[in-house]
Write a protein that binds this ligand. Structure first.
Ligand code: ADP
Length: 410
């Protein structure tokens, strides 16, 4: 369908050109004036003619035979009663056929068409303009108010994929119960936290934990970054928040995950210079939406940040993000567990001891540890080994900590 439409302008132009050519070359028709016509009118045999009588002139069109050759002709004759009478006689001489046409016939259609066609052309033009823009992905300007939340409706992450963090899991477990059967809680008159704030250094698994909650509860997972609210156009942040909550409401129960909430949730009035208003409005809208959420709305907002100190106190008061889950860097047991999770799909040599690796990586976050195993696997491939060895992983730790080893240096 799309492909076919692409050819439409070409077809359009081609048909105009063809019809022009067609009209201009219609047989050997002679366009003559009145004087020429008067000269021949008594000498030739008319075959077929049509006569259109309008208010001032008579249009004649048809064929006649001269020296046994058939010629087409066209002429315009002044309209007088005498002319009409004479022509009717002349044109039907020797068995010529004459049709008299009503000039008003068909003109209704023509006038309607001539009014509609310009509009059609404009409509087609605009259709192409906009469909082209849509195809090119260039139409951001038209959907600025839409929230950019990404939805994952079939989350595969489970609690067993999040290693370590036992207390954190404990904290969010009842959220899962609530999302599974909100009615049980509302019947009891219990308020479930509407918002959970995950605080912790980057890469400690905040996103992963939020996703696991959605996965365990089997609800859709909306994720958006705080900086997505504020972008491109001033004043769109607030409408994006509104739009996001509206969309989420349709698929409740669900989880809304706002990453980097400090991008919008900074203390209002703090900081200098302009550009502050936009963020404040976005934040206000967020607060309004969270307040508007009734207890049985089935939406749980999870926000993540690594800078809880800069957040606006209004965001943290009860009824909003009133539960705080601190996700900290994993300890030695946590590190080993995380390594085990990520080693599941890797071919490790028998000399690899994950406990040993965990001992050697204090201060590593979950993301760093995942990276160590990945780098080790890449090194093993580079060395053409069949399994990832301890040497590879040793080197990978150094790489993740300090970048590639400088072997050529003395
Ligand atoms: P954050 O949101 O805290 O910055 P993420 O949740 O995006 O961090 O974590 C990044 C990656 O690190 C995850 O995709 C996962 O592979 C790994 N990771 C972090 N913490 C853990 C954990 N506790 N268990 C397993 N993997 C983890």
């Amino acid at each position: 369908m799309k492909k076919w439409l692409n050819y439409l302008p070409t077809i359009f132009i081609l048909s105009i050109v063809l019809s022009l050519v067609f009209y201009s070359s219609q047989g050997s028709t002679v366009q003559m004036n009145y004087t020429q016509f008067e000269k021949i009118v008594d000498e030739v045999d008319f075959k077929k003619s049509s006569m259109t009588i309008s208010s001032t002139v008579i249009q004649l069109e048809g064929t006649y035979e001269q020296n046994s050759k058939t010629v087409g002709y066209k002429v315009i004759v002044p309209r007088t009663e005498k002319n009409i009478e004479k022509l009717e006689k002349d044109l039907q001489r020797n068995g010529g056929k004459l049709t008299v046409e009503d000039p008003n016939q068909g003109s209704v259609w023509i006038s309607i068409l001539s009014q509609i066609i310009p509009f059609l052309i404009i409509a087609v033009f605009f259709y192409f303009m906009f469909s082209k823009m849509g195809g090119g992905g260039n139409n951001k300007a038209f959907e600025f108010a839409k929230s950019k939340a990404r939805v994952e409706s079939n989350v595969k992450v489970r609690f067993k994929d999040v290693a370590g963090c036992e207390e954190e899991k404990e904290e969010v477990k009842e959220i899962i119960d609530y999302l599974r059967s909100p009615k049980k809680f509302t019947d009891m008159g219990a308020h479930i936290p509407k918002g959970i704030l995950m605080v912790g250094p980057p890469g400690t698994g905040k996103t992963l934990l939020a996703k696991a909650v959605a996965g365990e509860a089997n609800v859709p997972f909306f994720s958006i970054s705080g900086s997505d609210f504020v972008e491109m156009f001033v004043g769109t942040g607030a409408s994006r928040v509104r739009d996001m909550f509206k969309t989420a409401q349709k698929s409740a129960p669900c989880i809304i995950f706002i990453d980097e909430i400090d991008a919008v949730g900074r203390q209002r009035g703090a900081g200098m210079g302009g550009g502050n208003d936009e963020r404040e409005q976005t934040l206000n809208q967020l607060l309004v939406e969270m307040d508007g959420m009734t207890d049985n709305a089935g939406i749980v907002v999870i926000a993540a940040t690594n800078r809880p100190d800069v957040l606006d106190p209004a965001l943290l008061r009860s009824g909003r993000f009133d539960r705080r889950v601190t996700v900290s860097l994993p300890d030695i047991k946590g590190r080993e567990a995380i390594l085990q999770v990520h080693a599941r799909n890797k071919k490790l040599a028998s000399d690899v001891s994950l406990a040993n690796l965990a001992k050697r990586t204090p201060g590593f976050s979950g993301a760093d540890l995942a990276n160590v195993l990945n780098e080790g696997a890449i090194l093993a491939v580079r060395k053409n080994e069949s399994k990832v060895t301890m040497t590879d992983l040793d080197e990978a730790i150094d790489r993740v900590m300090m970048g590639p080893a400088k072997k050529s240096k003395a």
